[in-house]
Design a binder for this molecule. Structure first.
Ligand SMILES: [Zn+2]
Length: 180
């Protein structure tokens, strides 16, 4: 473990700050994370389920949004916008970066997914919206979930006058042990 980055989550009104994260490439894990899948592979039960999930978050379920949702929401995972784009293009879908970015931001704003800012210049989209922390593997770039019950804070600073803590993000950076 190299170090711990502790950062109070931005209050809802400040969420836009995260949207300015640059659109960086994280290609090395694309093939492993994203299995090619066409929309025709989705059975109607899954499509209906995604439909309901989008609607329940106030998101109008267009065909394109359902495709993006099917890629992201199938299981707990962390994907960059570039990885989502690569996954959709693997499926033969013609889609622009701007569309992906807008859709991911919409999903994040509606609470369907959670946007994470890890390091200085990379945004991740987390399909697990339950409260949790993260390990960050510096060698591969991968993020892994850490349960709240595995972390205990002994001491936290008093928030400034008139402020209250809205949330805590914890990213534990990891690197491989060097051979002794
Ligand atoms: Zn996560």
């Amino acid at each position: 473990m190299e170090g711990i980055l502790l950062r109070a989550a931005a209050p809802p009104g400040h969420a836009k700050r995260l949207y300015s994260c640059s659109f960086r490439v994280a290609r090395q894990n694309v093939a492993r994370i994203l299995r090619p899948m066409s929309m025709t592979d989705l059975d109607s039960g899954i499509t209906e389920n995604l439909n309901q999930r989008l609607l329940s978050h106030g998101v109008r379920p267009t065909a394109q949004r359902l495709r993006i949702a099917s890629l992201l929401l199938g299981r707990p995972q962390h994907l960059s916008a570039e990885q989502v784009l690569a996954g959709l293009r693997n499926q033969g879908m013609r889609v622009s970066k701007a569309t992906i970015y807008n859709t991911l931001n919409l999903f994040a704003a509606s609470g369907l997914i959670r946007q994470l800012s890890v390091g200085n210049d990379r945004c991740w989209f987390d399909s697990n919206t339950d409260a949790h922390y993260h390990f960050h593997d510096l060698d591969t770039g991968a993020l892994m979930d850490v349960s709240l019950r595995d972390v205990e804070f002994q001491r936290l600073p008093e928030p400034p006058p008139g402020m209250q803590v809205d949330g805590i993000d914890l990213v534990i950076r990891l690197r491989r042990k060097s051979a002794a």
